[in-house]
Design a protein. Structure first.
Length: 319
């Protein structure tokens, strides 16, 4: 395969990305790369909707269960570790199928990471603000100086808003704000075709509600308690995400069981809305009907490979 074209299955949570990727892998020589910022964590299976062991046995999966729940990870590190996998698959004449709802992870791997592409989550903003409130402006400036000297020099007036932007960016990506401000780094050597399954908003929200109920009633409490019993604390980032944070509030007596479930549903719907916004704003995604998605993707992929081959040949002839 001289043509380096990857397929990305993106879209909101509960939209069938895993099932579609498995169906594609049955008709294309391929392996699956998970681009999900929560499926990287060991022991957190139910609340992150990881592919099951049986599903992962059907085709090789990557970037799942690579961190303990308290380990820090970033989109930049994900791209660094996933790119060799992508390159190996091309060398083996396989199609990389990149699957995930974490937009920054997808963008970092498939387009290169740009500051302008980074969407800072509310959790990251709150974490940075809490950090600032705990240590104060002078210590915040000292911290910025330690992680990003050029930004510290640029913001020597110690404006907290600007310093917080540097810290937020670092928390979100693990990268220095000064190095990558408005610049794409390490531009990938491959092209990505983006696809997602199209659902009416009401239908998607109903699927989300049912999935939340299934998780709530079948193991997310036990899973959360198991992680806590391992010695991990409730304030680690992996447990401050949708589903787990609502379970913790129930366990801590802040919410009733019913209130916790409703809060999880609402948080998940809001998350899905943000994912849809990112997909439409940051990619040239083709939204497909579930019934015809696999043949449509295979057709687009074949056409793209052929078109790129012709373009390469014409370019070689012209030289």
């Amino acid at each position: 395969m001289n043509n380096k074209i990857a397929i990305a299955i993106i879209g909101p949570t509960a939209s069938g990305k895993t099932a579609l990727s498995l169906a594609l892998s049955s008709v294309l020589p391929s392996e699956i790369i998970s681009a999900d910022s929560r499926q990287i964590y060991r022991y957190l299976d139910i609340g992150t909707a990881k592919p099951t062991e049986a599903e992962r046995a059907c085709v090789r999966h990557h970037c799942i269960d690579i961190c303990n729940p308290d380990e820090k990870y970033s989109a930049g590190l994900f791209a660094k570790e996933a790119k060799p996998i992508v390159n190996r698959l091309f060398d083996e004449h396989k199609v990389p199928i990149i699957v995930g709802g974490s937009g920054l992870y997808v963008h970092a791997l498939c387009e290169g990471l740009a500051e302008s592409a980074v969407e800072i989550s509310e959790e990251i903003r709150q974490k940075a603000m809490a950090f600032y409130e705990q240590i104060g402006r002078e210590e915040l400036f000292a911290y910025v100086k330690s992680i990003d000297p050029l930004s510290a020099e640029k913001y020597s007036d110690k404006n907290p808003h600007r310093l917080l932007r540097v810290v937020e960016y670092y928390f979100a990506t693990g990268l220095r704000f000064s190095d990558f401000h408005a610049q794409v780094i390490d531009k990938p050597s491959f092209t990505t075709l983006y696809f997602g399954l199209d659902y009416p908003r009401a239908a998607l929200y109903e699927i989300i509600n049912r999935r939340c109920e299934m998780m709530w009633e079948h193991g997310i409490f036990e899973e959360t308690e198991s992680v806590l019993n391992m010695g991990f604390t409730p304030d680690i980032q992996s447990l401050q995400t949708v589903g787990y944070k609502e379970v913790l509030k129930v366990l801590q007596g802040e919410l009733t069981n019913k209130e916790g479930l409703e809060a999880m549903k609402q948080s998940t719907r809001r998350y899905a809305k943000r994912q849809l916004t990112w997909c439409n704003n940051q990619t040239k995604v083709q939204w497909l009907a579930k019934e015809t998605a696999v043949p449509t993707i295979v057709k687009h992929y074949a056409q793209s490979v052929s078109a790129e081959y012709v373009e390469q040949r014409e370019s070689a002839v012209s030289r």
